[in-house]
Design a protein around this ligand. Sequence first.
Ligand SMILES: Nc1ncnc2c1ncn2[C@@H]1O[C@H](COP(=O)(O)OP(=O)(O)OP(=O)(O)O)[C@@H](O)[C@H]1O
Ligand SMILES: [Mg+2]
Length: 270
Amino acid sequence: MPTPIIEVKNLTFRYDKRLEKETLANVSFAIDKGEWVAIVGHNGSGKSTLARMLVGLLLPQSGLISIAGRELNDESKWELRRRIGMVFQNPDNQFIGTTVQDDVAFCLENLNMSFDEMKARIDEALELVEMSAFREHDPSRLSGGQKQRVAIAGVLALKPDVLILDEALVMLDPRSRRELLASLQQLRNTQNLTIISITHDMNEAAAADRILMLREGHIEKCGPPQDVFHGEIEWEPPFAERLRRTLLKRNCSVPNSYMTEEEMVQWLWK
Ligand SMILES: Nc1ncnc2c1ncn2[C@@H]1O[C@H](COP(=O)(O)OP(=O)(O)OP(=O)(O)O)[C@@H](O)[C@H]1O
Ligand SMILES: [Mg+2]
């Protein structure tokens, strides 16, 4: 068995130590290299806190986080942070450059690479998020969705092992979101990129290999989408599952278990 890229053991954290209630309570899971995991859960369930801990912005009060077999602590966090890129929901305060390409370049500044390498990485990253045409633009004047895409390009240019998207796709229109998800899927296939996407969009979550559901700081469910969406859940299930349930109620002979969007399309064609 290869070592998982991320290993979290009995992680506990509270912002205010005087409070009894933990923000994260005894959270344990492991993520393999190249895996795509969606983290879902209500507002305040601890998703962003967990993400901040995975990049070393907050350190565990008890329990352990390991990245690629190394414990994440005050000493190792600087080096390990290079391997994990994170994009937040609101990219506004993440820009420093006066043009889009400068901004992506800033992200690479401390990596000590040649100009050619830097240029190639910027080109590739802007291409991936379909922002090449905006490279000379002022980032502060982009639309919300375009800003998010530039922020994602900045992180992708670092070629991290793990990409964490904390609701980073919310401002994208449905088509851009689908396209970006497909590009990320491809990066995962070609470069073994590990992706953790925090999302309230159950269609986005359904595209992951595994869904980790948080509730009040602990893991409520963790498993492949077909397991997590099986049975009664309080979340609106993904579109294909909603359709399947509706057809079932109308006595259509739909399959009895969860189907992905692709399986649903195949089934409808028959
Ligand atoms: N900096 C902070 N100081 C104190 N408490 C905080 C801080 N950040 C978050 N919290 C609290 O920790 C809990 C978890 O917050 P967190 O931001 O991790 O939730 P979330 O799952 O990301 O929610 P959302 O879906 O709204 O983004 C909440 O009760 C929140 O009020
Ligand atoms: Mg959050």
